[in-house]
Design a protein around this ligand. Structure first.
Ligand code: TRP
Length: 363
C-alpha cells in the first residue's frame, strides 16, 4: 500500500498563510497526503521555533497558531490522514535538541547561510538570542524525533536539512545506528520556489504589505491584483512588454493551467501564447490581471469557503491539534527511548549496567 516514506514539515506561526505558502508548500502537502504514498505524514506548527525570534511578542505567536491551523485545514489537510500538532506540546523535542547541542560547534552554526541571513534581517548582529542561534539544532530534533526521511520544504531550508543530516551521522557514529537521515523534497516547479510580493519585491512579507492571504476576501484580493507590479516599460497597450520579472506572469506561471484559458480566456490555448502576444505588444495589463484574478479565485474560493466553515467551531480545531499532539508525542517518546538506550542513559532499565556495577564494587 505505502512505501516507508515518513514525511514531516511545518511552519512558524508568525502570520496567516499566503499564496506564496500555498504554491511553495501547502499545495504539495495536500497532493502528498492524497497520493497516500507514505507510511506517516506529520505537519506541525513550530511555535517554539517562532518564539526564538519573537521573545518580546509571544502573543503574536499564540494568536497565529490557530490561524495557521485554520489555513492548513482549509487547504485540505485532513487530520485523519496527517498528524497535525503543535511543536511546544512535545517536550521530547527539547530533550533531543539538548543532546544534539553537543554534536554541533558554534562555528558550524555561524556558517549556516539561512541563520546568517536571518540574523542580518532581524538586526540581531551583536545580540543574537541563544535559542535563535541554535534553532537549526532544534529543527534537527523536530525531524529526527519522528524518524522523518522526507522533508518537503523550500530552498531556504536546505542548510537546515544538511545540518540535521550531519547531526544524525555524528550521533549514529558515536552511539550506533539509531536515527534516520532526512532529505529535503524541494518544490518541483521553478515558479513555485519563491513567489514574489504583489509589488514585485523578492518575497511576500507581512511587513511589506505585499501578500495575498488565503483568508482574505475576493474583494480584498481583487484590489491587490489591480495594483500589482507588472512591466514599468509597458506604457501603451501596443508597446511590447516583458514577462520576465512581471509579477502577473510569475503568478500565472505558478497558478494557471491550459484549462483556465479554455474556461476564462479562449483567445489563447495556453500561457505561452498569451505571453507571446504580450511580448509582441497589443495585450494590456488590465486584461491579464482580470484573467489572473479569475484563476486565483478558482483556487482560493473553496479554501475561503472551508475556512469560514471551520471558523464556526474553533474548539473543534484545538481538539484536532490536541489529538494530533498526543499522537505525535507517542511517536517522539518512542524515538527518545531508542536514543536513551543508544546513549546508555537508560540507567534504570539497563540490567547489564547494574550487574556490571555490582561486579565492580564486589571486588
Ligand atoms: N524553519 C521552518 C520555517 O521557517 C519551520 C520548521 C521548523 C520546519 N521545524 C521544521 C520545517 C522541520 C521542516 C521540518 O518555515
Amino acid at each position: 500500500m505505502s512505501s516507508n516514506k515518513i514525511i514531516l514539515t511545518g511552519d512558524r506561526p508568525t502570520g496567516r498563510l499566503h499564496i506564496g505558502h500555498y504554491v511553495g508548500s501547502l499545495r504539495r502537502r495536500v497532493e502528498l497526503q492524497n497520493a497516500g504514498d507514505y507510511e506517516k505524514m506529520f505537519v506541525f506548527i513550530a511555535d517554539a521555533q517562532a518564539l526564538t525570534d519573537n521573545v518580546d511578542n509571544p502573543e503574536k505567536v499564540r494568536q497565529n497558531v490557530i490561524e495557521v491551523a485554520l489555513d492548513y485545514l482549509a487547504c485540505g489537510l485532513d487530520p485523519e490522514r496527517v498528524t497535525l500538532f503543535i511543536q511546544s506540546q512535545i517536550p521530547e523535542l527539547c530533550e533531543l535538541a539538548f543532546y544534539f547541542m553537543n554534536m554541533v560547534t558554534v562555528s558550524r552554526l555561524q556558517r549556516n547561510p539561512t541563520v546568517k541571513t536571518e540574523i542580518g534581517m532581524r538586526g540581531f548582529e551583536s545580540s543574537i538570542p541563544v535559542g535563535f542561534f541554535t534553532y537549526p539544532v532544534s529543527q534537527a530534533a523536530d525531524i529526527t524525533a519522528f524518524r522523518a526521511n522526507t522533508v518537503p520544504a523550500g530552498e531556504d531550508q536546505k542548510p537546515m536539512i544538511e545540518q540535521a543530516t550531519e547531526i544524525v551521522r555524528r550521533f549514529n557514529h558515536i552511539y550506533g545506528d539509531t536515527l534516520v537521515e532526512p532529505s529535503i523534497m524541494l518544490p518541483d516547479n521553478a515558479a513555485c520556489m519563491r513567489l514574489p510580493g504583489t509589488d514585485g519585491k523578492a518575497k511576500m512579507s507581512k511587513s511589506l504589505g505585499n501578500c495575498i492571504y488565503l483568508s482574505e476576501t475576493a474583494d480584498e484580493m481583487a484590489k491587490k491584483v489591480k495594483t500589482m507590479y507588472t512591466d514599468p516599460t509597458h506604457l501603451a497597450v501596443s508597446d511590447p512588454g516583458h514577462v520576465e520579472g512581471n509579477t502577473v506572469f510569475t503568478y500565472l506561471d505558478a497558478f494557471c493551467t491550459d484549462d483556465h484559458f479554455a474556461r476564462y480566456w479562449p483567445d489563447y490555448a495556453n500561457l505561452d501564447e498569451c505571453k507571446a502576444h504580450y511580448m509582441r505588444g497589443g495585450l494590456g495589463d488590465v486584461k491579464c490581471k482580470k484573467f489572473l484574478e479569475k484563476v486565483l479565485n478558482e483556487t482560493l474560493e473553496p479554501i475561503r469557503a472551508r475556512r469560514l466553515e471551520l471558523q464556526k467551531d474553533i474548539p473543534a480545531i484545538y481538539e484536532i491539534l490536541r489529538r494530533g499532539s498526543e499522537a505525535a508525542r507517542e511517536v517522539a517518546a518512542d524515538t527518545l527511548a531508542d536514543v536513551r538506550r543508544a546513549m546508555k542513559i537508560n540507567y534504570f532499565d539497563d540490567a547489564e549496567l547494574i550487574a556490571e556495577q555490582v561486579a565492580r564494587f564486589a571486588q
